[in-house]
Write a protein of this length. Structure first.
Length: 698
C-alpha cells in the first residue's frame, strides 16, 4: 500500500481498498497488527494482518470479534452524570461542556487545598502509549496529583529481571521455533500468547520437547510432552532443585559461569541445599518428575542444543513471586543457554523499546504544580487507601479519583474494600469508559471514550520487538472522545497553557520513540522491527552494574532483600489454616482478557458462566457434582460459580477462572472478593494466587 493510495484526510485515513492498519490495544504479549475493513464509514471486519510476521493473519477469538465490542448496543456514547446512589448505575446524559466544566471546577477546588488528594487510576485497558500515559500524565503532573505505582500485573517479575539480567529483555520470541527443549513456565499461551504458541508448535514439529510447568492442567499443558502441576508459590523451590541436579551431574557451562556471572559460589552453595526430595515435598510433585526434567535439561546441554524458557506472569502472583523469577532467570546461565540464538529466557521484551517516556509524560511539569514530590500510591492497595483518613504518614485523604483504562472495582484485590471505598459519598469519581462497568456504576461522571478503531495510537510490545501504529478506521461513535482529548480539554479549563497540551495525537505518536524507529516507514507499513541482537547475552554484556548475570544482587542486598534468590512460602500456605484447606488461583479464561470482553454476549456465552475447576478428590467429600452451583469463600468474602469437576485442577488447588464483572456474575461478586491486598516480595505487586479458600454447595 503506497502513500498515494491513502485518503488525504489526516484524521480518518481509509485506503482505497477499505482496509485500515491498526494494532491490538489489549494487555497481551502478542500486540497483533490489525486490518479493519471499512465500508461507508462502518467497520465491518477486524482481522489479523498477514503482512506482519508476528501476527501472520491470525487473531484470538476475542479480538476477531472487536466490531461487536465497538458497536455494542450498551456502549456509552454521551457524558453521563450520576442521579442515583453510588453503585446503582443510575445516570442522566449531559453535554460535554457541562460535564467538563463541573469536573474541572471540582478538581480545582480540591487542588487548592492539596492536589495530592486527587488520584489517577489507570492500567492496561489499552497498552497504547498515546491513549495510555501521555496527555493524561501531563495533566496529572501539571496538577500535582498523587502519583500511581502501576503494579497490578508485572512489577514483581520486572524488578526480578532487572536485578538479575539488568533488563526486561531476553530471547526473541520467533527464535523459540528452533529451540530443542522449551519450558513453558507459568503460562498458558494457547489462551494468552497465541503467537508464541505458533513458534512452540513449529519447534515441536522439528522434534523439540515441550514441558509445561503450571498448577493447572491448561489447554497448553494438554498439548505438551510433559506437565509438572506444582503447587502455587513453589516455583523457586523447583528452580533450585533443577539447579541442584545440574550441579550434581556437572551439566554446567563452567566457562560461561566464570566469565559472565556474579555470585556463582554463593548460588551453588544454596542450590546444593535443595535436593529434589526436599523440593518435591514443597512443590507437591514427585522426586522423579523433578529429576526427569533436570535430565532433559542436562541432555540438551550435553548435545549443545538450545534450551529456552518462556516465563509468564502467573507464577509471580504470590508472596515470593519476585524471588521465584530471579531463581528461574539464573538457570540459562548455568548451562550457557544464552550462547544460542534460540536459548535463554523470555518473560518480557519491553526493555528493548526506546520509549521516550519523559517526552510523552512530561514529569518536569511537576515543577509548575507547586508539588515537587507528590506521594505515590500503590494501585494494588486502592481498597485500603480509599478508606484511610488523612495522616502525616499517608498524606491527605483521597477526595477525587479519575479512572481510565481500568475497572478497579472488578480487578483490584480484596474487592469488598474497593467497593466500600468507591461507595464513599464524599469521594468525587470520574470514569473514562466504553461501557457502564462495575467501576462506572460508582462514578459521579462517566465520560465516553473511543475504542481502538476510532483513534490514533502507537504501541510497543512485551512479547516481540516490533513497534506498531494504530490508525483510526472510523470516526468516533456518538460523542465519544479519545482519552487524550478529554485530558486536553480538562487542562484548558484549568488554565494549563503550556504548549505541550496542544500536541495532537499524531504528534504524540511521533514523540513516543527516538530516531531508532522510522516513523515515515511506520506510517506506510504499520509496523517496524527494532534492531535488536540475535543473541543478546551470548558474550555476557548484561546491562547490570557488573556487566554480568547477577546471581547475587548487591543492589537488592543493600535494599534489605536477600542478595540471592530466596524460597519464600506463601502468606497463605496450604495447611496453614484448617478452615480454608484449598488454594485458589484465578487464571484468565479463554474468552476474556482481565475484565475486558466480559460484556460481549457471544464471548460470555462461550464461557458458560463463572467457572470453578475442582479435582474429583476435592469435590467428592464436599458432595459437589459437575455443573453444580457452589460458594467459594474465606474471611474476606465469597462468590458463587459453577463447579467444573475434572482433571484441569490438581488436588488441593481450585481454579476460579476469570475476572467476571460483578454485576454479570451469579452473586454480585467475583474471585477478587477473596484475594488479599498483601504484596509480593519484590515490586510491591498483588498476590492474586496466594489465597486460601473453602468450597461448599450453594
Amino acid at each position: 500500500m503506497t502513500r498515494e493510495d491513502r485518503n488525504p484526510d489526516p484524521l480518518i485515513d481509509v485506503p482505497r481498498d477499505g482496509r485500515v492498519l491498526g494494532a491490538c490495544p489489549h494487555d497481551c504479549p502478542d500486540t497483533c497488527s490489525l486490518l479493519t475493513t471499512v465500508r461507508d464509514g462502518v467497520a465491518i471486519k477486524v482481522q489479523g494482518n498477514p503482512g506482519h510476521p508476528q501476527t501472520a493473519g491470525v487473531l484470538c477469538t476475542k479480538v476477531s470479534r472487536y466490531t461487536e465490542r465497538t458497536y455494542h448496543p450498551e456502549r456509552v456514547l454521551a457524558p453521563l452524570r450520576r442521579v442515583g446512589p453510588k453503585g446503582a448505575g443510575r445516570f442522566e446524559p449531559v453535554s460535554w461542556d457541562e460535564a467538563l466544566d463541573d469536573i474541572a471546577g471540582r478538581l480545582k477546588a480540591i487542588a487548592v487545598r492539596d492536589p495530592q488528594a486527587i488520584v489517577p487510576y489507570s492500567y492496561a485497558g489499552t497498552m497504547g502509549l498515546v491513549q495510555g500515559e501521555s496527555m493524561a500524565a501531563r495533566f496529572f503532573h501539571r496538577l500535582g496529583a498523587s502519583l500511581l505505582d502501576r503494579t497490578l500485573c508485572a512489577s514483581a517479575g520486572a524488578m526480578a529481571l532487572e536485578a538479575t539480567l539488568g533488563t526486561r529483555q531476553g530471547t526473541r520470541v520467533e527464535h523459540f521455533a528452533d529451540a530443542r527443549l522449551i519450558l513453558i513456565w507459568g503460562s498458558n499461551p494457547i489462551n494468552s500468547n497465541l503467537h508464541f504458541w505458533r513458534y512452540a508448535l513449529e519447534a515441536k514439529r522439528k522434534g523439540a520437547k515441550l514441558v509445561c510447568i503450571d498448577p493447572r492442567r491448561s489447554e497448553t499443558a494438554e498439548k505438551c510432552h510433559a506437565h509438572l502441576a506444582l503447587l502455587p508459590g513453589s516455583d523457586a523451590a523447583l528452580a533450585y532443585a533443577l539447579m541442584h541436579e545440574l550441579i550434581r551431574n556437572d551439566w554446567l557451562d563452567h566457562d560461561y559461569l566464570a566469565r559472565h556471572t556474579l555470585g556463582w559460589a554463593e548460588l551453588r552453595e544454596r542450590a546444593l541445599q535443595w535436593p529434589p526430595s526436599r523440593a518435591a515435598e514443597i512443590c507437591g510433585l514427585t522426586e522423579a518428575e523433578i529429576v526427569a526434567l533436570a535430565a532433559d535439561i542436562g541432555a540438551s546441554f550435553q548435545r549443545r542444543e538450545p534450551v529456552a524458557i518462556r516465563l509468564n506472569y502467573g507464577m509471580q502472583r504470590v508472596r515470593g513471586g519476585g524471588n521465584a523469577v530471579r531463581a528461574i532467570a539464573c538457570i540459562p546461565a548455568l548451562i550457557g543457554a544464552w550462547r544460542h540464538r534460540s536459548g535463554g529466557l523470555l518473560l518480557s521484551s519491553s526493555g528493548a523499546f526506546p520509549v521516550q517516556r519523559a517526552v510523552l509524560e512530561r514529569p518536569d511539569l511537576l515543577r509548575r504544580s507547586g508539588v515537587a514530590h507528590p506521594r505515590t500510591l500503590n494501585m494494588s492497595t486502592i481498597g485500603n487507601d480509599l478508606l484511610r483518613p488523612a495522616s502525616e504518614a499517608f498524606g491527605p485523604r483521597i477526595e477525587a479519583l479519575v479512572v481510565y483504562n481500568s475497572n478497579p472495582v472488578a480487578v483490584a484485590p480484596e474487592s469488598g474494600k474497593v467497593v466500600a471505598g468507591f461507595a464513599r459519598e464524599d469521594l468525587f469519581t470520574v470514569v473514562l469508559e466504553h461501557f457502564r462497568t462495575d467501576t462506572a456504576d460508582y462514578a459521579d461522571y462517566v465520560l465516553p471514550a473511543t475504542t481502538q478503531l476510532e483513534h490514533w495510537d502507537i504501541h510497543s510490545s512485551y512479547g516481540h520487538t516490533d513497534v506498531l501504529l494504530n490508525r483510526p478506521a472510523i470516526p468516533p461513535l456518538g460523542a465519544a472522545k479519545p482519552n487524550s482529548q478529554i485530558f486536553r480539554e480538562l487542562a484548558r479549563r484549568l488554565g494549563f497553557d503550556e504548549p505541550c497540551f496542544a500536541d495532537d495525537d499524531l504528534a504524540l505518536c511521533q514523540q513516543a520513540f527516538d530516531e531508532r524507529v522510522d516513523f515515515e516507514r511506520l506510517l506506510v507499513e504499520g509496523h517496524v522491527s527494532l534492531a535488536v541482537p540475535e543473541t543478546p547475552f551470548a558474550e555476557g554484556q548484561f546491562p547490570t552494574p557488573s556487566g554480568k548475570c547477577e546471581f547475587f544482587s548487591a543492589r537488592l542486598a543493600a535494599a534489605g532483600h536477600d542478595g540471592l534468590p530466596a524460597v519464600l512460602p506463601n502468606y497463605e500456605a496450604l495447611g496453614s489454616d484448617e478452615r480454608y484447606p484449598l488454594a485458589m488461583i484465578s487464571p484468565p479464561p479463554r474468552n476474556f482478557l482481565n475484565s475486558t470482553f466480559v460484556n460481549v454476549d457471544s464471548l460470555r456465552d462461550g464461557e458458560g458462566g463463572p467457572n470453578l475447576e475442582i479435582h474429583p478428590d476435592d469435590a467428592a467429600p464436599r458432595q459437589i457434582a459437575d455443573g453444580a452451583r457452589v460458594r467459594v469463600f474465606n474471611d474476606r468474602g465469597s462468590y458463587h460459580c459453577i463447579a467444573r469437576v475434572g482433571l484441569r485442577a490438581r488436588p488441593g488447588v481450585v481454579n476460579g477462572l476469570g475476572v467476571w464483572w460483578r454485576k454479570l456474575s451469579l452473586s454480585g461478586t467475583n474471585a477478587n472478593e477473596l484475594t488479599s491486598q498483601k504484596l509480593t516480595d519484590l515490586g510491591a505487586a498483588p498476590v492474586f494466587y496466594d489465597c486460601l479458600v473453602e468450597v461448599e454447595p450453594a
